[in-house]
Design a binder for this molecule. Structure first.
Ligand code: HEC
Ligand code: HEC
Length: 419
């Protein structure tokens, strides 16, 4: 153990020196990341001992000298919104966020008191550092260091990796507008998100899975607090300690209540028969679904271009793709229809369908049938819904190299290639 620790520490130290002195910011950041990975539990003290003394100070000096203001060592990057605040408010927000959520080196949950005993505190710290190490190995390239969905490969993905810092998640078992339960996130990790680049992590050891989900929660709560405080500071042009405390409470209670908010079906699941599929199709055409999803469920309607709360282009799902993102189980689809999908134009239909709960199951039957039909019919050569190519979903304005702010609705992959 000691041997391995020492070797790692030496390697990490070597990388640091080389990368931060000669390699420029990109490589220096990678070296810092290596360091954080190596600093995971058992090796932490070792790496600390060997590396921190000189190299961290060295790296910090180099980063500052290079004008890399936003990525100070030991801090998560501030959001663009926070960075734009006047200097004094920016410091106030940063200090409040740091006090509540800790730092990269010592992460903690906003709004959750630290355990009383020293041993429990240390156990929690090791758990979160372990989650961080898993995150830096398996998630950061898409979701970004602070969880803002801005990792190095994010810009070339559709849909974009989730920006956790809004505290908003799509595939939850809870009512519209609520936080997910921790179980929902674990489920998402185990299943992945079909039809997107979000991989399934079902083979991760349980310890890694639990720890990385908690680290995502740390980032999410931190991001949400920073967002709330920055918005308040922007609007009120000041930020009192009492206001900070209120927002910490808001974050805390929102997450707390989600734990007990799993939606149950209004009526037990019936047998999903072809009669229900037919009735579901009728409801699909009359209750407003086809307006967005199209009569055949493929989403090929003229107006089917929207933006999600993260500012990216999104469209009503192609229900016939055979890849339902939120899960293929009847209960998954039921929840999407009843609760809607947070952060996207997909509305919840609780208000409309509460008085006719049978219709919800009919719609579930129909969605399931549409979702499997294209593949089966294509295989048998009798496809009613052609399998042909859809227009690419990547908004030209969002493709690599283009600014994020353009509102151009043009959708063209060809134009990417012409550039
Ligand atoms: C190759 C890129 C990629 C990697 C690697 C990746 N993700 Fe994702 N992740 C995505 C994308 C894309 C989405 C958004 C899908 C969508 O909007 O439907 C997403 C969404 C999520 C969500 C949000 C689900 C919801 O309900 O809104 C969570 C949580 C998540 N990822 C966690 C992780 C964790 C934890 C890891 C590492 C263990 C990870 N991801 C690795 C691409 C990635
Ligand atoms: C205002 C437009 C709109 C209406 C009306 C609408 N949807 Fe959606 N729906 C969406 C969008 C947008 C998404 C994709 C959200 C995302 O993942 O970004 C979606 C996603 C879904 C999904 C999840 C698909 C998946 O990949 O898991 C289901 C199921 C669904 N809709 C069913 C319905 C049904 C049934 C109705 C009618 C009762 C309906 N929708 C009405 C816009 C709409």
């Amino acid at each position: 153990m000691r041997g391995i620790g020492t070797v790692t520490a030496v390697r990490v130290r070597g990388n640091f020196r080389e990368a931060c002195l000669g390699g420029g910011i990109g490589r220096c950041r990678i070296a810092i990341r290596d360091f954080l990975v190596a600093a995971d539990d058992g090796r932490a003290d070792m790496v600390w001992e060997h590396v921190v003394g000189r190299s961290v100070v060295l790296a910090a000096v180099v980063l500052l000298a290079l004008g890399c203001e936003r990525a100070e060592l030991g801090e998560w990057e501030s959001s663009a919104q926070a960075v734009k605040l006047p200097e004094e408010l920016r410091f106030t927000v940063a200090a409040a966020v740091r006090k509540e959520s800790g730092t990269v080196l010592e992460p903690r949950f906003v709004g959750v008191a630290l355990p009383k005993s020293e041993a429990d505190r240390r156990r929690l710290q090791l758990h979160l550092k372990h989650g961080q190490a898993v995150y830096l190995l398996r998630c950061v390239q898409c979701h970004g260091t602070a969880g803002a969905g801005d990792g190095p490969v994010a810009a070339s993905l559709y849909p974009r990796p989730r920006d956790y810092t809004k505290g908003i998640f799509k595939f939850t078992s809870t009512a519209y507008g609520s936080k997910p339960r921790r179980e929902d996130l674990i489920q998402t990790l185990i299943r992945g998100i079909a039809g997107t680049s979000m991989p399934a992590f079902r083979l991760l050891p349980k310890r890694d899975l639990e720890a990385v989900v908690d680290y995502v929660l740390v980032l999410s709560r931190r991001g949400e607090l920073e967002f709330l405080l920055s918005s308040e500071a922007e609007a009120a042009e000041e930020l009192e300690p009492e206001t900070v405390a209120e927002y910490v409470d808001t974050v805390k209670s929102r997450w707390l209540e989600a734990g007990s908010l799993a939606t149950q079906p209004l009526t037990p699941q019936p047998e999903l028969t072809m009669e229900r599929v037919a009735a579901g199709r009728e409801a699909f055409l009359t209750k407003g679904c086809s307006k967005c999803h199209g009569e055949d469920g493929r989403g090929h309607t003229k107006d089917n271009i929207g933006r999600d709360i993260w500012g990216h282009a999104t469209r009503a799902a192609d229900l016939s793709s055979g890849m339902l993102r939120g899960g293929q189980e009847p209960m998954d689809i039921y929840r999407r229809i009843l609760n809607g999908i947070n952060g996207t134009p997909m509305p919840g239909f609780r208000g409309v369908l509460e008085s006719e709960p049978d219709t919800i199951w009919n719609l579930v039957s129909y969605v399931l049938e549409v979702s499997g039909r294209r593949r089966e019919e294509t295989l048998r050569g009798v496809a009613e819904i052609p399998a042909g190519l859809l227009k690419p979903y990547i908004d030209a304005a969002e493709s690599v190299g283009a600014g994020d702010s353009s509102d151009s609705g043009e959708v063209s992959a060809a134009s990417d290639q012409e550039e």
